[in-house]
Ligand binder design. Structure first.
Ligand code: ADP
Ligand code: MG
Ligand code: ZN
Length: 492
């Protein structure tokens, strides 16, 4: 049976901006490193009467950068507004935000309408252009910690610059919403404006969800799921809401507009409050802040700072370096990884494919297993290039290279030096290898008999023995040839 209802999804994404100081005062914005609660505070960010806000210039630059990356128009004249509501984490009783004239609006982001392809097809599914309605600046709230009979409040986070990115309701599948959110996160990280550490709460999603009869273009009543702190929560909560609303309509009911929370343990959305409309916030222009006037020259300057974004870089890695789409996408997923790869490539004489396979293979395996942050590497891209080149020009075997890389990860150092110290230079000297092979075949008559009886796969095991006996120094091609010869010689 054809589905009779289709989802309509719009996302609001809140991301803190990585500035030194808060949005409207000089307090440090690095609340994650604060030694104690309520140490990074002043009259402005705790909302004391008479305290005057001042706009953080750096935050404005970062916000404009995001707007430009999302193909928005930057409003040369934009204004701040007071969004009034009462909650204990909001010391002033209002949040300074942007309402009528945000810093950026009317942009777009191209996404995929289906799960990220794991294979080599560049874009499984439909390409979809999601319109970005607006990008505006606001401030983060304080943090509440609820105890048995009381609540504690920490104002260190209050006033930290926050960016809100609002999409149009253009997404029709949960996968599309996931891809949109994933791409926004990658862009924010590429721009260096947000770490993307979702577990620290520096990036939060709100999903607006409605469903409508397939084929109609009406926008039905939506619900808004607040504070989704992971991609998983975004996916599960949206899927849950789609199913719930579909059932409501199928049973002849009406969806009511409300704000929902996501109960991750029970896997259900829970009603928090009736959704407020804009007028509930009694927005009015912030009297303590002048409008922001951004000159064309300033906007051009910010535009000139836009780095190559993940999508463009992926396409370049495919076209210029010849990587497969899946490989290119993997390397460009992290700015530092992509940069590191390109630096290695620039220094190495080996083909790009070889460099890539060492990076995606041994290098990533080590990083993942050891939980070392790639930024804390103790060796340079140049050293890594040298190592790969030594395998390419057959100075060392692939097995030895793995050992050298291990050493480099542990203690840093120069690969050529390590090769020398460990005496790993590859041996093609047939006499040396021959000797090792004869000993191994002599010691393992059972395996030799198996080979002679037709079990050819035993060669792999025997090659392993050769590698061990020669401590990885035997040139594998030479060794294999000699091994086969020696085995065949035993056929009589
Ligand atoms: P506000 O939150 O100020 O009331 P809107 O309701 O216009 O603003 O939009 C907020 C978010 O909800 C946007 O991301 C928008 O794309 C999304 N949205 C609006 N209407 C719908 C709808 N019918 N279904 C799904 N999402 C919607
Ligand atoms: Mg909202
Ligand atoms: Zn302050």
């Amino acid at each position: 049976m054809q589905p009779t209802y289709e989802p309509v999804i719009g996302l609001e994404i809140h991301g803190e901006l990585l500035t030194k100081s808060k949005m409207f005062c000089g307090c440090s914005a690095d609340y994650g490193s604060a030694p104690e609660p309520n140490t990074l505070i002043c009259p402005v960010c705790t909302g004391l009467p008479g305290a005057m806000p001042v706009v953080n210039k750096r935050a404005t630059e970062l916000a404009a950068l995001v707007g430009l990356a999302l193909n928005c128009t930057i409003n040369p004249h934009n204004t701040f507004a007071r969004k009034n509501y009462f909650y204990p984490d909001l010391p002033k009783g209002y949040q300074i935000s942007q309402y009528e004239l945000p810093i950026a609006e009317k942009g777009w982001l191209d996404i995929n309408d289906s799960p990220l392809p794991r294979g080599d097809e560049l874009s499984a599914g439909r390409q979809l252009r999601v319109r970005v309605r607006r990008v505006h600046i606001e401030e983060d709230t304080a943090k509440l910690a609820h105890e048995k009979k009381s609540a504690l409040i920490d104002f260190n986070r209050a006033g930290v610059p926050l960016l809100e990115i609002v999409s149009e309701p253009d997404m029709r599948t949960v996968d599309a919403a996931l891809d949109y959110a994933t791409k926004i996160r990658a862009i924010l990280r590429y721009l260096g404006v947000n770490s993307g550490d979702m577990e620290k709460g520096v990036l939060r999603f709100e999903a607006n969800v409605s469903v409508r009869p397939v084929g109609s273009d009406e926008l039905r009543t939506r619900t808004e799921i607040k504070n989704l702190n992971s991609f998983r929560a975004l996916v599960r909560a949206s899927a849950y809401e789609i199913e719930r609303q579909t059932k409501v309509y199928e049973n002849g009911g009406q969806v009511i507009q409300e704000t929902l929370g996501w109960d991750d343990v029970r896997g259900v959305t829970v009603s928090q409050r009736g959704k407020e409309d804009a007028h509930d916030y009694r927005y009015f222009p912030e009297p303590d802040l002048p409008p922001l006037h951004l000159s064309d020259a300033w906007i051009d300057l910010i535009r000139s700072r836009l780095p190559e974004l993940p999508e463009a870089r992926t396409n370049r890695f495919i076209a210029e370096i010849g990587l497969s789409p899946a490989d290119a996408r993997f390397l460009t997923s992290e700015l530092f990884l992509a940069d590191y790869f390109e630096s290695v490539l620039a220094k190495a004489k080996s083909p790009a494919k070889t460099v890539h396979s060492w990076m995606a293979g041994e290098f990533m395996r080590y990083l993942n297993d050891s939980a070392i942050d790639i930024k804390d590497l103790t060796f340079s891209p140049e050293s890594f290039a040298q190592l790969v080149d030594m395998v390419t020009d057959k100075t060392i075997s692939g097995n030895s290279a793995k050992a050298v890389l291990n050493e480099m990860f542990k203690n840093g150092g120069d690969p050529a030096q390590i090769v020398k110290e460990k005496n790993l230079v590859q041996v093609s000297d047939t006499a040396f290898i021959q000797e090792a092979i004869e000993k191994i075949l002599g010691d393992n008559p059972r395996e030799v008999a198996q080979f002679l009886a037709g079990k050819e796969t035993i060669i792999q095991w025997l090659m392993g023995q050769v590698a061990r006996a020669t401590r990885g120094k035997a040139d594998p091609n030479v060794a294999k040839e000699l091994l086969v010869k020696a085995l065949e010689a035993r056929r009589k």
